[in-house]
Design a protein around this ligand. Structure first.
Ligand code: UDX
Ligand code: ADP
Length: 461
């Protein structure tokens, strides 16, 4: 079959994979190829067992793979035939040199830019999908035009707003698609090509175009605002625990103000994921580099509260369990950074598991999708750790359960059965406020929610 356009995506990860699957589904007239330097990842994308868990993804890949969606390790061939190249490689926070722990590590991204330059034989539209610090599109353009080889490259910024766990719905019906371009004749022409592609399924009024800097900055700011809401409600959860107010009641009352809205007001053990911390760090780094220290401090406090919330959670466990966890067996229900994903990047569960092990507790980790990643995250960490997928088996013989991830399955467990199998006294620390606390108390558990009064069978004062 003759395709209208060849679309390539470099990077077959949590962003590249689902995004290209949906583009292939919505644009059958285009050929979509996804390449990656990791051949095992490509082999997994070509197998029945996809490398990432995302509700609805399997079906779309089954529908399109081999028709107009292809996964390949041939980066050179992919670049040669592409008209539009999406760059979706990882941009973690630097862990070395200048800006370590703050700035984005652009080595994978720059390597990609150089590969595009090396293998291109025809004009390309290059689309930034990775979360990048502001002004990298300009750097990309500089690399691409560095050899004067006569090939035209237009760089666009098209930030990804998908949220893991709901990625397919977010891609199929996005709140908005944002496209930033250079305001030159060819920049605007390239922008229109991308607008046309999205217009295959996204209403035109939801496709917004801006200059390239606004587009890049908007991505960082959107994530910073979302993370700020979580840190705001989490900071108030600490106050609720002191005063006897209930964080869920406060969140409902506050969220009913239509100017505020009710989303992203669930107090939790802390936010995780590959984007929030990294994007705020990028924002902070950017502000500092322009001498805007007050602005940098303001955004940095969102991360500090997130760290505080996780430390507070461990302290609460220690305090409730008579100030020693040594030799006690604690079961973590959930390890993913949120429900409906197997992703554990920056998951609060990593920090909490490590801290519990430092207190000489024995940790049993349970999660329906994230045990493989959990094993990798805790590789080489000293202490007694075991991984048990079945929550009943995991909790058996434990002194405490801590809810880390809001998986639905934890709400529907038989807690009477779990209680009978555990060491007494039994504790539940609900880091997501998803359980029926009254019912648990009646069964015999001592219950410690977030931002609500603790409920115990002994004197808490
Ligand atoms: C986020 C943005 O939502 C998305 O638009 C962007 O493209 C990538 O970053 P993601 O990291 O997949 O998406 O997850 P998100 O749903 O935003 O949750 C982030 C973290 O905040 C999770 O750990 C989640 O559990 C936590 N959270 C969220 C809360 O603790 N409380 C809430 O009320 C909402
Ligand atoms: P994200 O959440 O941003 O999608 P991931 O880590 O899940 O991040 O995916 C990024 C993918 O990019 C990885 O599979 C990685 O192997 C791939 N990658 C990194 N550098 C390159 C490169 N130069 N060429 C091709 N693929 C790359």
């Amino acid at each position: 079959m003759q395709f209208e356009k060849n679309i390539l995506c470099i990077g077959a990860g949590y962003v590249g994979g689902p995004t290209m699957a949906v583009i292939a589904q919505k644009c059958p007239q285009h050929k979509v190829t996804v390449v990656d330097i990791n051949p095992t990842r490509i082999a997994e994308w070509n197998s029945p067992d996809l490398p990432i868990y995302e509700p609805g993804l399997d079906e779309i890949v089954k529908e399109t793979r081999g028709k107009n969606l292809f996964f390949s390790a041939d980066i050179e061939g992919g670049i040669k035939e592409a008209d539009i190249i999406f760059v979706s490689v990882n941009t973690p926070t630097k862990d070395y040199g200048i800006g370590a722990g703050k700035a984005a590590d652009l080595q994978y991204w720059e390597k990609t830019a150089r590969q595009i330059l090396e293998f291109s034989e025809s004009p390309k539209i290059v689309v930034e999908k990775s979360t990048l610090p502001v002004r990298t599109a300009q750097a990309m353009e500089k690399i691409l035009t560095s050899t004067n080889n006569g090939i035209r490259f237009d760089v666009l910024s098209n930030p990804e707003f998908l949220s893991e766990g709901t990625a397919i719905a977010d891609l199929q019906e996005p709140d908005r698609v944002l496209i930033g371009s250079m305001e030159t004749e060819s920049g605007l022409k390239a922008r229109d090509v991308l607008v046309e592609m999205y217009a295959n399924w996204v209403p035109r009024e939801r496709i917004i175009t801006t200059n390239i800097w606004s587009s890049e900055l908007s991505k960082l700011v959107a994530n910073a605002f979302l993370a700020q809401r979580v840190s705001s409600i989490n900071s108030i959860s600490a106050l609720c625990e002191k005063t006897g107010a209930d964080i869920s009641e406060v969140a409902t009352a506050v969220g009913m103000d239509s100017r505020i809205g009710n989303k992203f007001l669930n107090a939790s053990v802390g936010f995780g994921g590959s984007c929030f911390k990294k994007d705020i760090l990028n924002l902070v780094y950017l502000c500092r580099s322009y001498g805007l220290h007050e602005v940098a401090d303001y955004w940095e406090s969102v991360i500090k509260i997130n760290q505080y919330q996780q430390e507070r959670f461990v302290f609460k466990m220690l305090n409730a369990m008579f100030n020693t966890l040594s030799g006690k067996k604690i079961c973590l229900f959930g390890f993913a950074f949120k429900a409906n994903t197997g992703d554990t990047r920056e998951s609060p569960a990593i920090f909490i598991a490590k801290r519990l092990l430092e207190e000489n507790a024995e940790v049993v980790i349970s999660d329906p999708k994230a045990l493989k990643n959990a094993r990798a995250d805790l590789k080489g960490v000293n202490g007694k750790i075991s991984y048990v997928e079945d929550p009943y088996g995991a909790a058996c013989g434990c002194h405490a359960i801590a809810i880390m991830t809001e998986w639905d399955l934890y709400q529907n467990l038989d807690f009477e059965k779990i209680y009978r199998s555990m060491a007494k006294p039994c504790f539940i620390f609900d880091g997501r406020n998803i359980l029926d606390h009254e019912k648990l108390l009646k069964i015999g558990f001592n219950v410690f929610p977030i931002g609500k009064p603790a409920m115990a069978h002994f004197d808490l004062s």
